[in-house]
Design a binder for this molecule. Structure first.
Ligand SMILES: *Cc1c(COP(=O)(O)O)cnc(C)c1O
Length: 237
């Protein structure tokens, strides 16, 4: 599907241009900002095309979909599967943790102690090490997961001691309808607070298709971008 590959190439190019320009506006080096292409709801062929276009990091938010797609990619395009680092970015049920630990390189959505224990067991069983970001809830009652800011310190201690897991930083989604600059400024303060006790937790996953410029202004190291690259999804959230 050469036409689809061209479409993805244009999407990538326009998002990369937005990243370069947002970095220039705030004096950051675009090399510090990783782009995670969120492929949820999109087919295996897109993963293949993205890998061929030089993408290294992809994000998925449902275990059932992700594990099936990655298995299939391993069969139809093993070189692409080999190339891709998988970021799990969705709310995660404890009983899916072992499955996720078998394929994810980074989990962005760790928000409770039971999940830390389950991921640690899963990673050990799979003989793997996973990078962990703690998801922070920037607003209450949106049902999008995330730990309260006050709970992060204890959770960070737990991850830092869990075999098979490496504490790497924080993730957040800007509250719907709010000003993303306010949300990400708050996230940056929370991140600075956590780094005082856990200096290794220096990654910040923030920013999506609609608010990546604000996230870059406030120190994001990882952007999770879907629709601006792949087009609109059949249904979301
Ligand atoms: C789907 C999703 C994204 C990507 O959203 P877009 O608006 O399509 O860029 C980012 N983060 C999370 C947690 C998601 O579930």
């Amino acid at each position: 599907m050469a036409a689809r590959r061209d479409e993805l190439a244009r999407g990538l190019e326009s998002v990369r241009a937005r990243i370069v320009s947002a970095c220039a506006d705030c004096g950051r080096d675009p090399g510090e900002v990783s782009l995670v292409v969120v492929t949820k709801y999109f087919p295996v062929g897109d993963l293949s095309d993205l890998a061929a276009l030089g993408v290294r990091d992809i994000g998925e938010n449902k275990d059932q979909e992700a594990s099936a797609k990655l298995d299939e990619l391993g069969r139809v395009d093993p070189a692409a599967r080999e190339r891709l680092r998988v970021h799990f970015i969705g709310q995660l049920q404890t009983n899916k943790a072992a499955s996720v630990a078998a394929y994810a390189d980074v989990v962005h959505s760790v928000d409770r102690e039971r999940l830390v224990r389950a991921l640690s067991r899963g990673a050990q069983r799979a003989g793997r090490e996973m990078d962990v970001l703690l998801q922070v809830a920037l607003s209450e009652g949106e049902g999008r997961g995330g730990a309260a800011p006050e709970a992060l310190e204890a959770l960070a201690d737990q991850v830092a001691q869990a075999p098979g897991l490496r504490l790497r930083g924080l993730m957040a989604v800007a509250p719907l309808g709010g000003d993303p600059d306010d949300a990400f400024a708050r996230l940056a303060r929370i991140s600075a607070g956590l780094r005082a006790t856990h200096p290794e937790a220096d990654l910040l996953s923030a920013g999506m298709s609609g608010d990546l410029e604000a996230a870059i202004r406030h120190g994001a190291t990882h952007l999770r971008v879907g629709s601006a690259i792949l087009g609109s999804r059949p249904s979301t959230r």
